[in-house]
Write a protein that binds this ligand. Structure first.
Ligand code: CFN
Ligand code: HCA
Length: 527
């Protein structure tokens, strides 16, 4: 039995039937089709979060000048207060409410008699104390069950106070994971905020989408982009604001870092305003360099291209020696990488450049295109290239391996055809890796015993379970207390943290159970 079969074999037949579609291997260089974005098995210890986490926690949360009132019982607010490490700064013109936690603190009487009155009171109080230009309301599970009309309350408050008030019905139970919440947030921002500003267009202007400034990532990416000469109109949503986001429609180009959480806005901006988008990856040197060159190619300006190359050379020069020193201490190590919806892929190349191989990887809530990649390609054209009929490969499983080669894509792009493409996990993960979707705690422990990675990258829910087995963990959600990890300087922070984690002598003192007990256990009945 191989590792996959050994782990799956321990499940009951019902669970086995479900999980075998989510735990896959690459065979003869071709990955098997993976089941993704489906319901977690009730009772299983999944690492996933809920719709409210994806909407209020992930996408809306970092908007610093917005008072975000959570309509629901206090626990939903309290247990998500300040845990995501999306950093923000205030300046002379932008207020920053990020440190606060606003909640209607629903009680039993509000559940029985309705909570709208309490919500109205909370909005009044927020306006009187903080005088914000924008309030957002996010509802949690009970609100959807009792039917409070938060949208009507928002519309009334908008009239009454003359400020922007937007409601999001992102009850936790909606959908199968955080992913549904991203979509709800994106739709609301596009419908109510983006495009409402009246700023003038500036040259070389970009929006940075799907960058949430965890541990300061967005600041490091912004530093490099500004050094080259780009004007950042808005960041969605790390250290972002209502004030900036209103004008996002005037940018020349959208850069998409985390595609999973924000592809909806990128595509809506393209449809509504014709703004092109480009998938970028500012994690790891190869990704950063490629991304900066792609952006320069889009603007097609010789000065910008020259500045891009000069900045790359200078930044790389500064970190080269340190990076290779860390590499000597990491070469040959193996890792497990397991994050939400896009970071697993984004970190593979940075690890590879440090000589670390990913032997176990997956996502919590990614969709199939995050594994497989996607190309929207013109299939047929008439003679003058009008009436292009295009297909979205993601929607047709049989076609996802018929991608065009990079050379063919370039040819099509050069011919001015609409090609939007991005790669998924398959593009970079090692052909020997074990891939699991919606990883659970049982599988974490079992695969650790079998594959024994030198380091495990994931989140708080399994960090200490992993460390108890003598394997160091680094959180790739929050970066523990560290960061930034993106950009040139971030790569050095990451290499340093991983080197310290892997080489600390403490791990030798932890007696992993699988070091003293046999790893092969019989199933019930001694079979
Ligand atoms: S910052 Fe992003 S990069 S937004 Fe998303 S899919 Fe989460 S909060 Mo945790 S770290 Fe994670 Fe991604 Fe995009 Fe973060 S991998 S799970 S919902 N995520
Ligand atoms: C979320 C947020 C989270 C949780 C991180 C973790 C984050 O999904 O609700 O489990 O460690 O990055 O803060 O993904």
């Amino acid at each position: 039995m191989n590792s996959r079969e050994k782990v799956l074999d321990k499940y009951s037949s019902k669970i086995y039937k479900n999980r075998k579609e989510h735990v896959i291997e690459i065979e003869n260089g071709e990955p098997n089709i993976i089941a993704a974005d489906t319901r977690a098995i009730p009772g299983i210890l999944t690492n996933r979060g809920c719709c409210y986490a994806g909407c209020k926690g992930v996408v809306l949360g970092p908007l610093k000048d917005v008072v975000q009132i959570v309509h629901g019982p206090i626990g939903c607010s309290y247990y998500t207060w300040g845990t995501r490490r999306h950093k923000s700064k205030h300046d002379e013109t932008t207020k920053n409410f990020s440190e606060y936690c606003f909640s209607t603190d629903m009680q039993e009487t509000d559940i029985v008699f309705g909570g709208e009155k309490k919500l109205k009171k909370a909005i009044k109080e927020a306006v009187e104390i903080f005088n914000p230009a924008c309030i957002m309301i996010a509802s949690t599970c009970p609100v959807g069950l009792i039917g409070d009309d938060i949208h009507a309350v928002a519309a009334e408050a908008e009239e009454l106070y003359g400020i922007k008030v937007v409601a999001f019905s992102c009850e936790g139970y909606k959908g199968v994971s955080q992913s549904g919440g991203h979509h709800i947030a994106n739709n609301g921002l596009m419908k109510n905020i983006i495009g409402t500003g009246d700023a003038d267009h500036v040259k070389y202007s970009i929006n940075l989408l799907g960058e949430y400034n965890i541990g300061g990532d967005g600041w490091e990416i912004g530093r490099v982009l500004k050094r080259i000469g780009y004007n950042i109109v808005s960041v969605m949503t790390g250290d972002g604001s209502y004030a900036e986001m209103k004008n996002a429609h005037i940018a020349d180009l959208n850069l998409v870092q985390c595609h999973r959480s924000i592809n909806y806005i990128a595509e809506m901006l393209k449809t509504k305003y014709g703004t092109e988008w480009l998938k970028v990856n500012f994690i790891g040197l190869e990704g950063i360099k490629q991304s900066l060159r792609d952006v320069a190619a889009f603007f097609n300006d010789p000065d910008l291209t020259a500045k891009t190359e000069a900045v790359i050379a200078d930044e790389e020069d500064e970190i080269k020696v340190t990076m290779s020193e860390f590499k000597t201490k990491l070469e040959g190590k193996t890792a497990a990488v397991y994050v939400g919806g896009s970071r697993t892929h984004h970190y593979i190349n940075l690890l590879k450049s440090l000589g670390v191989e990913v032997v176990l990887g997956g996502y919590e809530f990614a969709h199939r295109d995050d594994y497989e990649g996607r190309q929207i390609l013109p299939l047929k054209m008439d003679a003058d290239s009008k009436n292009i009929e295009s297909i979205t490969v993601e929607k047709d499983p049989a076609k996802f391996r018929t991608f065009h080669t990079p050379e063919r894509i370039q040819e099509l792009k050069d011919a001015g055809l609409p090609i939007e493409s991005y790669e998924g996990l398959w593009a970079d993960i090692s052909p020997d890796a074990m891939i699991t979707d919606d990883f659970n705690h049982f599988e974490t422990e079992e695969f650790i015993k079998l594959l024994k990675p030198d380091i495990f990258f994931s989140g708080i829910k399994d960090k200490y379970v992993v460390q108890r087995s003598g394997i160091p963990s680094r959180q790739l959600h929050s970066y523990d207390y560290s960061g930034p990890y993106a950009g040139f300087k971030g790569a050095v922070n990451f290499a340093r943290d991983v080197t310290l984690a892997v080489n600390t002598p403490a791990w030798e003192l932890v007696q992993a159970p699988w070091k003293t007990e046999p790893t092969l256990e019989g199933s019930i009945g001694g079979m």
